[in-house]
Design a protein around this ligand. Structure first.
Ligand code: C2E
Ligand code: MG
Ligand code: MG
Ligand code: MG
Length: 272
């Protein structure tokens, strides 16, 4: 292991033990039909005293490889669920999405643990969605048993970064998913790329045929939003709607967003 990785890992272990330096950012997902807030995705953030901010893409894979991922996942779940309850008290209705590493799903008792956590914090299990990205080595089908246990308990399951991993929709139909998140790479070049529009359209059609909800991630422009609405995506997420926010920013964001949505979906003005 490289010296820097070793250091990151040691420091992460310390941060998890003390709960210091770690926090969650929250990024809204909104419905394309009326812009309402449907879900908030928790994204882990780590700021180290000396190293500064360390991106999750740098430390999550390390945690996965070196046995820290379950601890990290549990910290994220506990923190996210507590925050959800706080919003609930403030009158903000939303469900919560949490990114889960496939490694954590290898434990068959993980669904029970999550259910107990939900019960302890008063969150109905159907308000929770787990986002899973396919690992380079592990197709999601291997996790069938754990995924099924989650579905029986009512927890939602989303395929994250769809289009980058193993599964086509054909394999997915055998898995108990409830949502597909189309990877940002298929969104970025809309509306110029005909190919990407065709891909998005067919993913939406097939997903809807299988009864799955479709989210587009990485939406940055009003033009992309217009196309994604036309192609029938159910939910959108991205910097156009909101950057990942601090917990306390969400309620003020939600009231600003209600007014702003009308402007975002206004038809372009006729130049003549
Ligand atoms: P992801 O779950 O696909 O999350 C989307 C990433 O894209 C986030 O980066 C988010 O900040 C960023 N993003 C959102 N909207 C836009 C946009 O409009 N444009 C662009 N360019 N980027 C956008 P982040 O927070 O750095 O997370 C990166 C990845 O790290 C996540 O991808 C997820 O796979 C992983 N991750 C984050 N938090 C956790 C966690 O708590 N547990 C686990 N296991 N993985 C996590
Ligand atoms: Mg995600
Ligand atoms: Mg994603
Ligand atoms: Mg992604």
């Amino acid at each position: 292991m490289k010296a820097r990785d070793r250091r990151l890992l040691d420091e992460l272990e310390r941060a998890l033990a003390r709960g210091s330096g770690l926090r969650l950012a929250y990024q809204p997902k909104v419905a394309t039909d009326d812009g309402r807030l449907v879900r908030v995705e928790a994204l882990v953030r780590w700021t180290h005293k000396e190293l500064g901010p360390v991106p999750p893409t740098a430390f999550v894979p390390l945690a996965e490889e070196h046995g820290l991922i379950d601890q990290l996942t549990q910290w994220v779940l506990r923190t996210g669920l507590r925050q959800w309850r706080e919003w609930q008290r403030e009158g903000l209705e939303t469900s919560l999405a949490v990114n889960i590493s496939a490694v954590s799903l290898e434990h068959l008792d993980f669904p029970d643990l999550v259910e107990r956590l939900c019960r302890a914090l008063g969150m109905p299990t159907d308000r929770l969605v787990l986002e899973l990205t396919e690992g380079a080595t592990q197709p999601l089908i291997k996790l069938m048993d754990t995924l099924t246990r989650f579905r029986i308990k009512g927890v939602g399951l989303a395929v994250d970064d769809f289009g980058t991993g193993y599964s086509g929709l054909i394999q997915l139909r055998r898995l108990p998913f409830t949502e597909i998140k189309i990877d940002r790479q298929f969104v970025t070049d809309l509306p110029h790329s005909r190919d990407d529009a065709v891909i998005v359209r067919s993913v939406v059609e097939l997903a809807h045929g299988l009864g799955l909800q479709v989210t587009a991630e990485g939406v940055e422009t009003v033009e992309q939003l217009a196309i994604l609405r036309r192609l029938g995506c159910d939910l959108v997420q991205g910097y156009l709607l909101a950057q990942p926010l601090e917990a306390k920013e969400l309620v003020p964001w939600a009231s600003r967003h209600k007014r702003r949505w009308k402007l975002l979906v206004r038809p372009p003005e006729d130049p003549h």
